[in-house]
Each structure stands twice: as structure tokens, then as C-alpha cells.
Design a protein around this ligand. Sequence first.
Ligand code: HEC
Length: 97
Amino acid sequence: MKKLFAIAAVAAMAMPLFAADGAAVFASKCAMCHGADGTKTIAAMHITPIDTPAVKKLGAAGLTVIVANGEPPMPAFEGRLCYADISAVVQHVLALK
Ligand code: HEC
């Protein structure tokens, strides 16, 4: 019984490391520039809302390229985020409304 509990506890602690959470990634890596819901505008940085049909039209593939390579002054996230996190945050952007 004790052993089972220990295994469950370890599994629960390990979860956040493996379950990519797009909303959490967006909140910690993107929201400072794009706003919590992707609607922020920062004229001086050419930041416009990203919850738009134009951005959704880029699709998962197009958004993955933008997030991975960046679009100066937006930083590239390849190497700062693992592939699962990039994929999760892209899905989050596609679901913004
Ligand atoms: C340091 C500020 C900054 C951060 C952090 C940032 N961005 Fe950006 N983002 C920008 C800027 C600036 C642009 C506009 C670039 C341009 O002028 O083309 C942009 C553009 C975009 C676009 C629109 C691209 C297009 O061509 O329409 C998307 C989508 C986007 N960012 C997603 C993200 C995601 C997802 C994250 C988090 C992983 C993120 N950004 C983090 C600054 C940032």
C-alpha cells in the first residue's frame, strides 16, 4: 500500500513536466507581449492582436514556424521551448477568441 502511494505521488509530481499545457506556456512566454488573451496592441513594437482570422489562417504549420524562428522583434522560441510546448502553445493560439 505504501509503495503504491509513493508511485502515485511521484507520477503526480512528474505530470507537469510531461503534459504540455498551451495556456500555461502562453501565460509565461507570450502574454507579456501579446496579452493574456492575445488581444494586446503595442504600436511601438508592431504588435497587433493575434486572436484574428488572419493569424488563424496561418494554421498550425505557419504558426509553428513563427514561434520557432521568431519574427523580429519577437524572439525565436526554438531552443527555449521544447517541441511539445511549441506545439501546445500553437494550439492555444489557434483556439484564442
Ligand atoms: C518580446 C515580445 C514578444 C514575445 C515574448 C512574443 N511575441 Fe509574438 N510577436 C511579437 C512581435 C513584435 C510581433 C510582430 C512581428 C512583426 O512585426 O511581424 C509578434 C507577432 C506574433 C504573431 C503574428 C505573426 C504574423 O505574422 O501575423 C504570432 C502568432 C505570435 N507573435 C505568437 C507568439 C507566441 C505564441 C508567443 C509565445 C511563445 C509570442 N508570440 C511571444 C512580440 C513577441
